[in-house]
Unconditional design. Sequence first.
Length: 216
Amino acid sequence: MVIKKVSFKHGWWYFYRVHEPKTKQLTKQFPELKTFLYDVFENCPHDYFSLEPRSSKLTFNLNNLNLQPVLNHEVNILAKNGLENNAKRFTTAHPKVQMFMLEEDSNTIAIEVPLWLQPTELDHYENIFNSKNPLTGHIDALRIEDDKIWIWDYKPNAHLEKYASTQTFFYAYMLSKRTQIPLENFRCGYFDSKNTYVFNPEICKVPRIIQQKLLK
């Protein structure tokens, strides 16, 4: 097993990791993705990550979101096994699940992937985010499944989440912009050990003007 890793101080510590053999094998049809995953080790704009907005703090919903619950998805099993197998290895739930997926799941190629979006890369950016700063975030788990790039976010109580779909949509949008891979090649989801919710980000619409404060 060969995992390339680095620690980023982006407000707090994020441990970015790429599984090299799986990345080489699974990104053959997405060479731009492989290039980005390796380039960001050396060329991540760290200063962006000390600012807001952050995807994880967005508090508005998307239009035309067709969110689908999925029973008994394989990521539920991965989460359950990760929590059990890494119970003594890590103190918090996220790394227990993430590292199990990276090490044991054949489709997971990277975790804690840093992303950013420039204001010029989205129409009505300032109205949507109430900011001129770049949007940032970190993908919990990046998988290649059925010839699609899947953005996965682990949420310990997924069924209670209100804005996880917004968060993961912008992860997909940011990765699309960073790699120039069309959004039609992406899928999004969030999950815990029991519940999974998925959607196609290509059909989602971002509200142009938000009448509430977006960032808590």
